[in-house]
Ligand binder design. Structure first.
Ligand code: ACM
Length: 265
């Protein structure tokens, strides 16, 4: 299958323009699965809860979600995208999965980063694996990378590909994802954004580029490197992620010494 990331440069608050720009490009991509960044429609640096309120949408009936669904149906592909979600009176930093038959599922970010904690509620959707025919995929969002449990749980539940919408500002994630893939023998697609947001005095955020697709053996199949908008595509065989053996005598899941880990959890 052909798996892709789209590294974008959203303008804060310009949801309609940001979405239309992404959709215009999606129509020219030849892929089965494409991952977009975290908050792909709104931009990242919210200043207040009322600002979040202006930009959130309900899923799946919200406008951006519906536009993605239309595109997925027309192109017959699967799209994972991060957006700000409203559910009742709560706001979540969420990632949605849509496909040729419409809305499929949602993940609400569990490990909130910095000011996200002021505006968003901790996610309540357990890590879940979705079978999209060509692969079994799981979702996590940006800062979840620093918690190895996120990829581990998805891998143990059978995910072949970790879809990872991001707005990375810390430098280490692209390298760390190599380890996450190695230690779980999964593919990962990290879709980051580029640009700078300095909407809050003294809190300049520079997004670090380096979206990537990493293989279960830790190989980087595709990585953005020039701080530009970029579509990265790799031809992958998701079945390779089902083989957890690294020598005839080592299966990384069967070798786990669960009884010794237990008291730590
Ligand atoms: C982040 O989690 N957006 C850094």
């Amino acid at each position: 299958m052909r798996a892709a990331f789209f590294q974008t440069s959203p303008i804060f608050g310009k949801s309609e323009a940001n979405v239309e720009k992404v959709l215009a490009k999606i129509h020219s991509i030849d892929a089965h699965l494409i991952v977009l960044p975290e908050f792909f429609n709104t931009g990242y640096q919210f200043k207040s809860k009322s600002e979040v309120f202006q930009l959130v949408e309900e899923v799946p009936k919200g406008w951006a979600t519906q536009r993605l669904i239309e595109a997925a149906k027309k192109k017959r592909l699967f799209i994972v995208a991060g957006l700000a979600e409203r559910y009742c009176s709560r706001f979540y930093n969420s990632s949605i999965l849509v496909g040729p038959k419409g809305f499929i599922g949602i993940y609400r970010k569990m490990h909130l980063f910095w000011n996200e904690k002021r505006f968003f509620t901790i996610g309540n959707t357990p890590f879940k694996v979705y079978n999209i025919g060509t692969a079994r995929i799981g979702m996590m969002i940006c800062f979840d990378w620093l918690f190895p449990e996120a990829v581990r749980v998805l891998a143990l539940k059978g995910a072949d590909i970790i879809c990872h919408p991001s707005n990375l500002v810390l430098p280490h994630c692209p390298q760390a994802m190599i380890t996450r893939c190695l230690e779980n023998r999964v593919f990962a697609i990290t879709a980051n954004r580029i640009g700078i947001e300095k909407r809050i005095k003294g809190q300049k955020l520079k997004f670090i580029d380096q979206s990537e697709i990493v293989a279960p053996n830790g190989r980087i199949l595709c990585r953005a490197s020039d701080n530009k908008e970029k579509i990265g595509i790799a031809e992958i065989d998701p079945r390779t992620a089902q083989n957890k053996s690294i020598t005839p005598l080592n299966n990384i899941f069967k070798d786990r010494m669960k009884k010794f880990y237990k008291p730590l959890i």
